[in-house]
Design a protein around this ligand. Structure first.
Ligand code: PLP
Length: 223
């Protein structure tokens, strides 16, 4: 496996303020352990069950990120350990995350997923919806969640300019949200960029990239 070399090559191109989430979905625990041995501590998964299984057997100082589309009834299975949930796109989901985090006396960090791609297949909310949630009085009472930023996925295309335009849009939305928030929230994280486009994302202001296949090799399914 080339995991060590891949990690090294990616990390040397990333500015210090950009967090690398190693996306390990579909990959065996041995691959995660290998990346861990090279100092990687942040891993991303898109299926709750798979993440729980891996959490059980791997070192406990790993920071687990849920990056996939999340169903409300699955939150409870990971509430005792998940660090950051990337794809939050409704108040109802925030309420459920808060409820489950409370049971474990934890604070779970969340990112609001914003729809920036032109593709209809991508999830996410509009800037207006995000603004509405961030300014809800009720948010102050959800003491076991912390909304720390936004997440977005660009259109799956070879057109670099299209991708760049979408990342620019997310950065602008991030700035506008921060200016509009009356609650005590301060957004810090912009999660954007994957194997194929993380360099563009970093140029456009990403502070967190989610890289899978460039570290662990191609996956057997599109996941
Ligand atoms: C799978 C996945 C990634 C990583 O994709 P790669 O192209 O393998 O880097 C990033 N973000 C999300 C939301 C994903 O589902």
């Amino acid at each position: 496996m080339m995991i060590k070399e891949n990690l090294y090559n990616i990390k040397k191109t990333l500015p210090n303020n950009v967090t690398l989430v190693a996306v390990s979905k579909t990959k065996p625990v041995e691959a995660i352990q290998e990346a861990y041995n090279e100092g990687q501590r942040v891993f991303g998964e898109n299926k709750v069950q798979e993440m729980c299984d891996k959490y059980e057997v791997l070192p406990k100082d790993i920071e687990w990120h849920m990056i996939g589309h999340l169903q409300r009834n699955k939150v409870k299975y990971m509430a005792h350990f998940v660090d950051l949930i990337h794809g939050v796109e409704s108040l109802k989901l925030l309420q459920e995350i808060n409820k489950q985090a409370q049971k474990h006396q934890r604070i779970i960090k969340c990112l609001l997923q914003i729809k920036i791609a032109e593709e209809d297949s991508k999830f996410g909310m509009s800037k207006e919806e995000a603004m509405e949630i961030l300014n809800l009085e009720e948010l102050q009472r959800l003491e076991n969640i912390s909304i720390v930023g936004v997440m977005g996925m660009a259109t799956f295309t070879d057109d670099e300019e299209q991708i760049r335009k979408e990342f620019k849009t997310l950065k602008i939305i991030f700035d506008e949200l921060n200016q509009s928030i009356i609650n005590t929230y301060q957004l810090k994280i912009i999660s954007m960029g994957m194997s194929g486009d993380y360099q563009i994302a970093v140029e456009e202001g990403s502070t967190m990239v989610r890289v899978g296949s460039s570290i662990f090799g191609i996956r057997n399914y599109a996941g």
